[in-house]
Ligand binder design. Sequence first.
Ligand SMILES: CCCCC/C=C\C/C=C\C/C=C\CC/C=C/C(=O)SCCNC(=O)CCNC(=O)[C@H](O)C(C)(C)COP(=O)(O)OP(=O)(O)OC[C@H]1O[C@@H](n2cnc3c(N)ncnc32)[C@H](O)[C@@H]1OP(=O)(O)O
Ligand SMILES: Cc1cc2nc3c(=O)[nH]c(=O)nc-3n(C[C@H](O)[C@H](O)[C@H](O)COP(=O)(O)OP(=O)(O)OC[C@H]3O[C@@H](n4cnc5c(N)ncnc54)[C@H](O)[C@@H]3O)c2cc1C
Length: 655
Amino acid sequence: MSENPDLTNERASGTFETNAMAAVIYGSEKFAQRRREITEAISKIPEFQDSHPLVFMSREEKISEACRKLAVLSNYWNSLIDTSDEEEALHLYREVLGLEGHPLALHETMFIPSLIAQASDEQQEKWLGRAQRREIIGCYAQTEMGHGTNLRALETTATFDISTREFILNSPTITSLKWWPGALGKSANWSIVIANLIIKEHNYGPHPFMVQLRDEKSHEPLPGITVGDIGPKMAFNGADNGFLGFKNYRIPRENMLMRHSKVTSDGSYIKPPHAKIGYSSMVKVRSRMAMDQGLFLASALVIAVRYSAVRRQGYLEDKSREVKVLDYQTQQHRLFPSIARAYAFIFCGFETIRLYDQLLIDVQNGNTSGMADLHALTSGLKSVVTYQTGEGIEQARMACGGHGYSMASYISEIYGVAIGGCTYEGENMVMLLQLARYLVKSIEMIQNGKSRELGPMVAYLAENESEIDLNLGPNEYLKVFEYAARNQTWRATEKFQKLRNSGMSNEEAWNQASVELTRASRLHTRLYIMSTFINHVGSIVDQKVKGVLIDLLNVHVTYEVMDIGIYVQGLLSSNQMDLIRNQLYVSLETIRPNAVSLVDSFQISDMQLRSVLGRRDGNVYENLFKWAKSSPLNKTDVLPSVTQYLKPMMEKSKL
Ligand SMILES: CCCCC/C=C\C/C=C\C/C=C\CC/C=C/C(=O)SCCNC(=O)CCNC(=O)[C@H](O)C(C)(C)COP(=O)(O)OP(=O)(O)OC[C@H]1O[C@@H](n2cnc3c(N)ncnc32)[C@H](O)[C@@H]1OP(=O)(O)O
Ligand SMILES: Cc1cc2nc3c(=O)[nH]c(=O)nc-3n(C[C@H](O)[C@H](O)[C@H](O)COP(=O)(O)OP(=O)(O)OC[C@H]3O[C@@H](n4cnc5c(N)ncnc54)[C@H](O)[C@@H]3O)c2cc1C
């Protein structure tokens, strides 16, 4: 069937090449090209198609479908991608497995990275190759039923038995059961388990251990292990998040991951070079989250923008033809700032992935000095992007009206998966407070006359306000954001200090200042996102692409500043606020002809989108009808439940 002419016209009105934009989004022409090649190759392999729409499947069917595709994938793996390239691998996974989770998700995102970061060279020799060849399937078991945030209160123990040189793992209480780890329930046969290291009755706190859970031949749980699935979730139902308990389960001493902390055979403990080095797998995932969430948001926007360009409802001036809903200013205001955020998140994502890779090298070379900075940055970023992604996806759903609420849009699934990110890898509020610790310390450095020692990301906290001339462009908006973040950080810090100086304990003062502190963290992070966006656009060579991204940046800076209006009242007059508001409306109009091309540029395939509304060809209505007819409820005209219950009820009522 040919493309919907409304979309053809939209594409014709774009002022740039989507392939050139994709090269900017994905960091290089080479990778953007590789993504297309991988997508193209996959589309020719029929076994990769869903056997029927995932949304009509039970959990068991979804998991089985994911396993089926993984088995097929293992035959093609080496021919489809450069296996040493993590981004290619992740693209392949997204295309084939989608976003609902699968048995290898944690294997790739946490198990292998933990082995790389935490296992000694000998341990890597033993396990890493096996994991990379997928001879074993691993997961990351840290969270317990009773504790996820407060890692110091984890209850699982790994007690060193000097006589046998083994660790004995135990789950002493119900609340100590590992609870949530992805792929633990039914798929993984090995796990990195975080347990308290106990030697001669001294608790050295949480450490990572490599633990075999299931027999490699029968896949049956090993004696001493209780393991299973935790049941259905809001989303991610293609994943078997699990529970895990240990009863006097013994593992060799060599199974404690010993790149950094060590236990010798006589039971001596060797400290790591940094107390939190064992938390690096979390930092790794957090450093990926801006990118992953940017892509979730992008997916919802591809759907909503394409659909809004073919959905006609109501009239503007021309009463002879209904208007595309994308032409309503309210629709543009609902969608376009989110397009800008999706771009901004992806740009930040590439930056934090690069920073993590660098940190990994530094740490392997004994330099841990960058850990605190990256922990603070990624803590704030994961919190802000997950929250704003959730907001943006929900707006995208509403922008699709009634059909947005149907699973045919697939937006609800994207939403459910994306907002999981507000919780996993550290609950958002908790992570904002981690960043706040860093910001408060920075203010204390300024107060102690050490401004010169501040890192580049917090140097603005020591600066004075300057005059703002909004006609000068994005950098002036950055100054507005700096003002807001600086003011809020000082205010929150001073509140905390005042409470503490009044005699309150440090903890209680912190608690009573914490809402204000989280606000400071959000503003600081949004400033970082904006400045990364501005820097990125500044570096673009293709002038057509650059021109459109400047327009998108204008949407971003004006929308973001309007959104934090309350924090800039002392800086901007109401006339200046009006000016910004009007600039935002102008920017929405400017970007309108490029809206479809901007979302096309994400190059997210129909196979991955799984959305009837977001189809690239825009042929929504006929496919919506086809999709509804394929619902299992429509297999028969009369359901057994009608025959069994409703008919007798109606007949009884007639009497
Ligand atoms: C393969 C294809 C898949 C496709 C991929 C696509 C998309 C992705 C989609 C899905 C992913 C799927 C599933 C997600 C998997 C999820 C996994 C998990 O959730 S794993 C579990 C994660 N758990 C957490 O994040 C726990 C959160 N809690 C913590 O991190 C810590 O407990 C907390 C809150 C930081 C406090 O730690 P604690 O030990 O109590 O700290 P202290 O108070 O003793 O000390 C605090 C000081 O330590 C510094 N600190 C803390 N963490 C770090 C760190 N990581 N690095 C450096 N420094 C750290 C902290 O700043 C304090 O320093 P100061 O005292 O202020 O100097
Ligand atoms: C989809 C999904 C996948 C997951 N995958 C894994 C996995 O593979 N492996 C794994 O180990 N775990 C996994 N988890 C668990 C996840 O990491 C934890 O749920 C998460 O870290 C939050 O911890 P919690 O559940 O203990 O929340 P809680 O800490 O109980 O949070 C409850 C409330 O208390 C507040 N709170 C808690 N502490 C503080 C504080 N100090 N200050 C202020 N407020 C506070 C929080 O902000 C929140 O509002 C997953 C979770 C989900 C949802």
